[in-house]
Design a protein around this ligand. Structure first.
Ligand code: G6P
Ligand code: MG
Length: 219
């Protein structure tokens, strides 16, 4: 039986996926690198430095950057991102999320956050929802990025839950791969063609329904 639901943050709890996109788009524009929303799908769930490297790989004329230059570009992107998240308030929870999390907790199940973002606690604090999650995985302590299952397995272990008794919720292809590699049931938010391996794809968080998902999980 179901024990826990583990959530990605950016693009699932709140629309910070859009702020990551805007910050990267500004960096790409400065460097004269083409950057589209479709390409941005590849950056979802990907760490800051790996996202930068993917972005740079899109340059028409490849340029090689020193580690120091890479670090400075990543810092600049983060400064832009941090400015954007300063505007977040509790009204920025995505539709349906508050009720979905409340239903999970009312059923006596555990909740966790498995986000690759070093800004996760700042975002959750601004949303006013720190107390709704039993565990927030500290990404700085992990060795492997999504699609490796480490972050979801760590969340389950910290919750004392069996991975096979967990649902993971993600908006990134790499995140869905991580959930499946962890042996969990994967719920994807977004367009079905992005998530061939998800157990369920919902077009929006407003479709998150605890009773329906519990039934689907129990098969
Ligand atoms: C999440 C987002 C990515 C972001 C990553 C690192 O996985 O989906 O877009 O690059 O976190 O975020 P950070 O706030 O540490 O730069
Ligand atoms: Mg995400």
């Amino acid at each position: 039986t179901l024990q826990a639901v583990i959530f990605d943050l950016d693009g699932v709890i709140t629309d910070t996926a859009e702020y990551h996109y805007q910050a990267w788009k500004a960096i790409a524009a400065e460097l004269g690198i083409p950057f589209t929303r479709e390409f941005n799908e590849n950056l979802k769930g990907v760490s800051r430095i790996d996202s930068l490297k993917l972005l740079l790989s899109q340059a028409e004329t490849p340029v090689s950057y020193s580690d120091e230059e890479l670090h400075q570009l990543a810092e600049r992107k983060n400064k832009l991102y941090v400015e954007l998240i300063e505007t977040i308030t509790p009204a920025d929870l995505l539709p349906g999320v508050a009720d979905f999390v409340a239903a999970i907790r009312a059923a006596g199940l555990a909740t966790g956050i498995a986000s690759a973002s070093k800004n996760a606690v700042a975002v959750l604090t601004r949303l006013g929802v720190m107390d709704r999650f039993d565990v927030i995985v500290d990404v700085t302590k992990l060795k492997n990025n999504k699609p490796d299952p480490e972050i979801f397995l760590t969340a389950a272990a910290q919750l004392g839950a069996d991975p096979a008794a967990c649902i993971g919720v993600e908006d990134a292809a790499s995140g869905v791969e991580a959930i499946k590699a962890a042996g969990m049931f994967a719920v994807a938010i977004g367009r079905a063609e992005h998530f061939p391996h998800a157990d369920i794809v919902l077009p929006s968080t407003s479709q998150l329904d605890f009773r329906e998902l519990k039934q689907a999980f129990e098969g």
